[in-house]
Ligand binder design. Sequence first.
Ligand SMILES: O=C(O)c1ccccc1N[C@@H]1O[C@H](COP(=O)(O)O)[C@@H](O)[C@H]1O
Length: 214
Amino acid sequence: MKLKVCGMRNSVNIQSLLKVQPDYMGFIFYEKSPRYIGEELNIDLLKTFPRNVKKVGVFVNAHPDLILKTVKKYTLDMVQLHGHETPDVCRGLRSRGLTLIKAFSIEPGFNFSRLNNYKSHCDYFMFDTKGATLGGTGQSFNWEILKEYDNEKAFFLSGGVSPLHAEMITEMKGLNIHAVDINSKFEISPGLKDIDKINAFARQLRPTVQIPQM
Ligand SMILES: O=C(O)c1ccccc1N[C@@H]1O[C@H](COP(=O)(O)O)[C@@H](O)[C@H]1O
């Protein structure tokens, strides 16, 4: 199972996290988020990333032109759409060559047939918890509902994933989980991650990946 660490912006923190070799690192381009990249994210540092750590830009209902410009400026590999983007918006962005993750807010009774209109216009789905804000709530949803997921597209499991979930996730066999997305439950403060906590979690989740001793 792959690992995505989201909400990074501090250069020293990013360099420390690179040693853990997450499969994906996420950067939030949504001004209302406490993890908004602001002026802090160093574009030159992003250019030095190894190819096996994919840079994901997180956007919420942003204009497609702004997304395309940002992808180029920050040399992003992928885009995560975390708002109410339509299948048409996804289709348009994908036709411009972007690799897309489309996030959905899960609540009790969520109907997975909603995804049918999106499946040919994105690369992965992401399931996050429906909350008062769009993303970064630190709340998890009842993962039992994932048993109803019958789509062939693999998904990112997100929403309040914490160090305590590692064992449970490794036991969730038979679900089409591509990656686990971690964020606020691994923070010292918004946008600043506890690398030791992430390292321990990564070792449990991906026991076969060789990470140098830290
Ligand atoms: O983290 C944010 O502030 C954020 C804001 C707006 C959209 C998405 C955001 N983050 C994404 O939400 C998931 C879940 O976060 P958490 O684990 O519940 O804190 C996170 O991994 C990001 O992909």
